[in-house]
Design a protein around this ligand. Structure first.
Ligand SMILES: Nc1ncnc2c1ncn2[C@@H]1O[C@H](COP(=O)(O)OP(=O)(O)O)[C@@H](O)[C@H]1O
Ligand SMILES: [Mg+2]
Length: 232
């Protein structure tokens, strides 16, 4: 049985259907990329796995439990952490307070404030700064650090590179690799297809709410990827 399996889910925002029969599996320790153009349903899939949305149909199984109807807090307690698109840092709180929010689920494990500061030394220097005194890259580090503070077994990273300078993107991905290497399973959403494929063991491409292609980066041609991405 897979560590995570999503089976034929249909997800709606009121009347609007965003996901159509989406299925995917993730094994423990894998890094899996979700690629696809703007509006393809990537964030919807992440939110649904993380408990923020409940699929109208279909199943989600995480570590052997049916979790489709669990809340975000329950999923966090079970070891699933979302790094949301747009970072969602609390501007009125300090860096340290933002990080401590992640520990609210009360899971113990390798991640503590000190460990997060080792991973992102700049955050230690800025620990008392307000959430919005930070650069975009630093805010992204806070968002990742906050997720780690819940000691997740599965981290969902939604567009962690969006809007950041290339050098910062490289820094962020160096850390993502370290997180994966420490045994944490990672699902990363990337609009930058090349980056997504480079960082992942396997990928799924979404197109208009459906899986249009899946596989390992090595076995797929550029041409197949562009067709699956643009639907041409
Ligand atoms: N809160 C929402 N209410 C209504 N429609 C939404 C909402 N969020 C996303 N959508 C729609 O669902 C579709 C998928 O969006 P999303 O999952 O954000 O795509 P992606 O992350 O791939 O860019 C889009 O058509 C988007 O407009
Ligand atoms: Mg998105």
């Amino acid at each position: 049985m897979a560590f995570l399996s999503v089976e034929n889910i249909n997800v709606f925002y009121n009347e609007f259907q965003a996901l159509f029969g989406v299925s995917m599996t993730v094994e423990k320790g894998e890094t899996v990329a979700i690629i696809g153009s703007n509006g393809a349903g990537k964030s919807t899939l992440m939110r649904t796995i993380a408990g923020g949305l409940i699929p109208a149909e279909g199943l989600i199984k995480y570590e052997g439990s049916d979790t489709a109807t669990k809340t975000a807090f329950e999923m966090n307690r079970m070891g699933v952490a979302l790094v949301p698109e747009g970072r969602k840092i609390f501007p009125s709180l300090s860096v340290e307070e933002n990080l401590n929010i992640g520990a609210y689920s009360g899971r113990s494990g390798q991640w503590t404030l000190e460990k997060v500061y080792e991973l992102f030394p700049i955050l230690k220097e800025r620990r008392n700064n307000g959430g919005t005194d930070l650069s975009g890259g630093q805010q992204q580090m806070v968002a990742i650090g906050r997720a780690l503070m819940s000691n997740p077994d599965l981290v969902l990273m939604d567009e962690v590179s969006l809007g950041l300078a290339p050098i910062i993107v490289n820094e962020i991905y160096t850390v993502v690799r370290q997180i994966a290497k420490s045994g944490t399973t990672v699902i990363l959403v990337e609009q930058d297809v090349n980056r997504g494929l480079r960082e992942a063991d396997r990928f799924y491409c979404l197109l208009e709410g459906k899986v249009s292609l899946a596989g390992t980066p090595a076995e797929i041609s550029q041409d197949q990827v562009s067709k699956a991405y643009f639907g041409l």
